[in-house]
Design a protein around this ligand. Structure first.
Ligand code: FMN
Length: 175
């Protein structure tokens, strides 16, 4: 099994439930990002939106091992104002040089996941190897488990395939 670290930021708990399920399905380790300045009530939500609109990088705390020791990281984050949640933006920006291959799970009401994936690619200069999205509703209903399992298997497979693909990718004829 691949050596994969799942890094989650979650304000109201839904992304955390998704990340915990993925870890329990795959036997992967979980790491957490939290806000240095907690977001509470209406003003907390206003800050979320402002962080997204202004692409701010709020101060965060990270509780987990250094990602560089893993084959891949799966970033699990909510969508705010159709963009990547600010604390995950901070994490990706701060650690971009030390992040291995990335996969992304966006957790949302229904819109904005492609923007988050594009922003991660832009911040790191590398496209995530895989991305998926689940809605809050799917998580509440419990209907996301099979898709998450398939996603985890695909991440695992992408890692297993990596050595075989690399020589082809790096071949001058394919450059
Ligand atoms: C301030 C704020 C803005 C949001 N904006 C969007 C949005 O643009 N698109 C969307 O699909 N969901 C949006 N949502 C919904 C969240 O992405 C969704 O509730 C997610 O499950 C929250 O994850 P969490 O419980 O891990 O914090 C927003 C939520 C908040 C609090």
């Amino acid at each position: 099994m691949s050596n994969v670290l799942v890094v989650v930021y979650s304000l109201s708990g839904t992304s955390r439930r998704v990340a915990e399920l993925l870890c329990s399905q795959q036997g992967w380790r979980l790491a957490s990002i939290t806000d240095a300045q907690p977001r509470r009530g209406v003003w907390g939500n206003v800050r979320c939106v402002a962080d997204s609109l202004l692409r701010r990088r709020p101060q965060i705390l990270y509780d987990g091992p250094p990602p560089i020791g893993f084959d891949a990281v799966v970033l699990v984050s909510p969508i705010w104002a159709q963009r990547l949640a600010g604390p995950m933006r901070s994490f990706v920006a701060e650690r971009r040089a030390a992040l291995p291959d990335m996969a992304v799970v966006s957790v949302m009401g229904g819109r904005g996941a492609p923007n988050a994936v594009a922003e991660i690619a832009q911040l790191t200069g590398r496209a995530p190897v895989l991305a998926t999205a689940v809605t809050m509703r799917e998580v509440d209903e419990g209907s996301h488990g099979a898709r998450l399992q398939a996603f985890g298997t695909a991440v695992d497979q992408a890692r297993a395939d990596a050595p075989a693909l690399r020589p082809v990718t790096l071949s001058p004829r394919n450059a």
